[in-house]
Design a protein around this ligand. Structure first.
Ligand code: HEC
Length: 145
């Protein structure tokens, strides 16, 4: 083999490896996060049951659910995310001790509130993960009965 062929082969090999590692890098960077609608069945019945009990214990001494059902819910939350709803509650409620509950209890109560507003149940629970909750959109409001 003459020198230029060796050089060319070496260059091709380096090129190949570079391409491969670039491709591998692309694979490992996460796909852009995908959003889903709160209408898609984003919580389940067990979570609603826990949320209902939590609401009774932590919230109902001061107010019923009128503050966040029906028209009040639609006015306040349409176009926002489930994270926004959870975060407002977490940072302001209970009114006399905001942020006092574990995150998962706030999330359960939010599942209860969504259920109250007619959102359908699904298989999985709403995750107690702020980043994941930011991807759940309150993009449409179930018809009120
Ligand atoms: C110690 C009394 C008290 C407790 C306990 C309490 N709240 Fe409230 N909550 C209030 C008062 C008073 C308001 C209305 C004034 C306000 O918005 O701060 C309110 C308003 C709200 C609102 C409407 C806020 C808005 O800006 O639209 C939501 C949602 C809410 N509460 C959720 C909850 C949840 C969920 C819990 C249980 C984790 C809870 N609250 C516990 C007193 C309480």
């Amino acid at each position: 083999m003459n020198r230029s062929i060796i050089r060319l082969t070496a260059a091709l090999l380096v090129g190949l490896f570079t391409c491969e590692s670039l491709l591998a890098q692309q694979d490992s960077t996460a796909a852009p996060p995908t959003t889903r609608s709160a209408m898609a069945g984003v919580f389940n019945s067990e979570q609603v049951a826990r949320g209902r009990a939590g609401h009774r214990a932590q919230c109902a001494s001061c107010h019923g659910a009128e503050a966040y059902s029906g028209e009040a819910f639609e006015k306040a939350w349409k176009g926002q995310t489930v994270f926004d709803l959870m975060e407002l509650i977490r940072t302001t409620m209970p009114n006399d001790n905001p942020g006092n509950l574990p995150l998962n209890e706030y999330v359960d109560i939010v599942a209860y509130i969504l259920n109250l507003n007619g959102y359908p149940q699904g298989e999985a629970e709403l995750p107690a993960d702020p980043e994941a909750l930011k991807l759940v959109l309150i993009d449409s409001i179930p018809p009120r009965s």
